[in-house]
Design a protein. Sequence first.
Length: 412
Amino acid sequence: MLGGEPIRKRPFTRWPIFDHRERAQLEDVLVSANWGGFPSPNRKASEFAARFAEFQGVRCAIPTSSGTTALEVALKALGVGPGDEVIVPAITFAATAYAPVACMARPVFADVDPATACIDPRSVEQLITPRTRAIVPVHYAAALADLDALTETARKHSLAIVEDCAHVPGARWRDRGAGSWGALGCFSFQTTKPMTAGEGGIITAGDPELEQRCQSLINCGRRRPGDTFEEPLLGANYRMTEWQCAVLLSQLERMPEQIEHKSRQAARLRSRLEAIGGIHPIARDARLTRETIYIFLFRVDERKLGVSRNRFVRAMRAEGIPCGVGNDPVYRSALFPADSPQYLAACQLAGAPNPPRPFCPVAERLFEHELVAIPHEVLLGDDADVDDIVAAAAKIASCARELAGAKLDRTN
Ligand SMILES: Cc1ncc(COP(=O)(O)O)c(C=O)c1O
């Protein structure tokens, strides 16, 4: 940014990764002439659901069209509806807050823990009302929300937990899979995620009747022989195609190795970044016994570093390091308009016709001044890749004051 050569001139690992296995899987679907999700269950869908459930350590899994529809279906399967409140974290993608609105329930925003950027169980406790039906913790970036504390809170108040596991397929908390702690877990296979078919999602379920309800809700409300749930369900077509399931079968094969590799590279990156004053990587919780990295997150201390977070990120990009700032607090995101008729109607039904604008100070601070986010594929390379990131951060730190004082063509 001040002239000179960037640290990194070569691209990092390209995402998504695929090889002959995806090709063969797709060919298999092509010649089978069985391409869709109906009539279900289908060959690839059944196989993928069974393999993913085993991988995640849950009884069963239900493939869906996306992570967004997985969350919507999970809440509907639990009976969340008009007049209810659902607690979600302030920092997440808008889909987490969209899901309750799709059920005509009000999303209520909890602040996040500065150590992880995941939902803060203390903030959750303060937001529980007689209308609260569920908590949707998001396992954000590479961390898992504090499942011990949240499970206890949910038990105490008889609330359901739906884990938003969009970022962390394969992750384990005290040796138990993410998505197996709550009543249901929801995953995304959208293009940028750690395993992908371009689009897609899956719901993990322990309870057979909840599974039946999810199956019915994603399949236009159809019942399967032997289903035991009683009330009629209004469903839609949220099925996953055979193409997606086929690709995901191959993606899943690579997951254990990719998870381990990224985790090793992340440990190297953490320990080296920590040595730079003003940079604080998000630490790995000791209870996170298998760590899936979707985003490598670290915090900067603008005062100690001597330059604003925004200018730091701009400088990292100028050095050839892909990075961003993570998700903005949903309640102020352009993707979650607070004056949308659907949101306002959901609030009204929950007795809040003029909902106050939420304000979560930790989420605001993290988003405005602290978080730096590096996409996971960068960690799929070798040690030299990690060392380039560290070299870029160290270079910026060493000339932070000069950078802060420089007149640049844009603000920040
Ligand atoms: C935390 C979180 N939840 C849910 C979703 C929604 O997933 P999808 O894009 O597959 O609908 C995303 C997607 O980016 C996400 O990051």
